[in-house]
Write a protein that binds this ligand. Sequence first.
Ligand code: PA5
Length: 445
Amino acid sequence: MKNICLNIDKAAVCKETVAAYEAQVKACMETLENGSGLGNDFLGWLHLPSSITAEHLADLKGAAQVLRENCEVVVVAGIGGSYLGARAVIEALSNSFQWLKKEQNGPIIVFAGHNIGEDYLYELTDYLKDKKFGVINISKSGTTTETALAFRLLKKQCEDQMGKEMAKKCIVAVTDAKKGAARVTADKEGYKTFIIPDNVGGRFSVLTPVGLLPIAVAGFDIEQLVAGACDMEKVCGSETPFCENPAAIYAAVRNELYKQGKKIEILVNYNPKLHYMNEWWKQLYGESEGKDGKGIYPSAVDFSTDLHSMGQWIQEGERTIFETVISVENPDNELRVPSDEENLDGLNFLAGKRVDEVNKMAELGTQLAHVDGGVPNMRLIVPQLSEYYLGQVIYFFEKACGISGYLLEVNPFNQPGVEAYKKNMFALLNKPGYEEESKAIQARL
Ligand code: PA5
């Protein structure tokens, strides 16, 4: 089996410069391993893949099967780290047009709890009318407003439509072992629950039940996902020489580019199925590195779509950007451009070629143009979009993120800035316990 592979030939950082990072990167890796760095309470992700047991996977698959057998639709409720990983994997592996995913017999998966859009929630509840549906309520704190609000609506609708007993069967909670409202509700109602380990932060939690349960419910192979992550855990481990460790090299190159004034990293894909992988990556790097007045701004585009919108800026705008391209080697399907006798559209020069060949030439042509335009490029080559390789991609980015955060000298595992808006929102909504903040904020309005 091949591995994903990082190519830095066009990254505008010479081999000697990368090599000069070896000692520093190794020190960061040691700090991760021995748990002596900032945020060391949250290192459970580091050896998570290799610690997942067959029993745990069987338990997840069993719960998934109950939902698959009893539900036409499963709503996955969660936000941020309790949402994006599952969505990234499910969308990457799913058929783009059938809501019924690759696996035709399974339930339709929809997402909620990641916004407070009244229309979104109204339309969701309307869509669920007359459907047998289940809910996976995912929240580590168990108190996140967006998710709790959606769950309140969904729980009531589920019970009203299907009865208390059936609702109990079709609602699963993924939350803290002891604390939070999601735990209290689950225990009181007797829901099946899975625990989010204390030492795994939200954005590093896709390989816990947070991601694995919804992915299994969608009909995808969580054993293969974990196997890919496990293999990447070895590849990115301390035993691997620095120059062969993709996570070490990626962390070194992006930090070097940052020092050179490249303040924005754009994650690029050429496959619309990877849109939510971009979103997951943005959260992983944004929440981990954007603090203490520092951090590369993680941005993302879907090419070639966004070449027709953001392409101009990337080619000729301020030279503060670099790109990391996720390049999928092989599509799952084959489709060739047909020949046309009249050739009215002038496309016969493409006749007989695979659509993917056209896409790959767009990718190569763009890379050459952007490099000419002063945009350093890295490429993460992924053999195909499968559970196994997505597992590799997930672990690769997580490990590189831990190293990169320590290179930047921030705590990559906290997110103090996320609380600021919540405090204001609660004060504005007169949440009990926020009386002082409420007075202060009213004075500002
Ligand atoms: O990465 C994080 O910690 C956040 O994105 C959280 O996952 C997000 O805020 C949801 O939190 P919770 O799982 O507690 O509902």
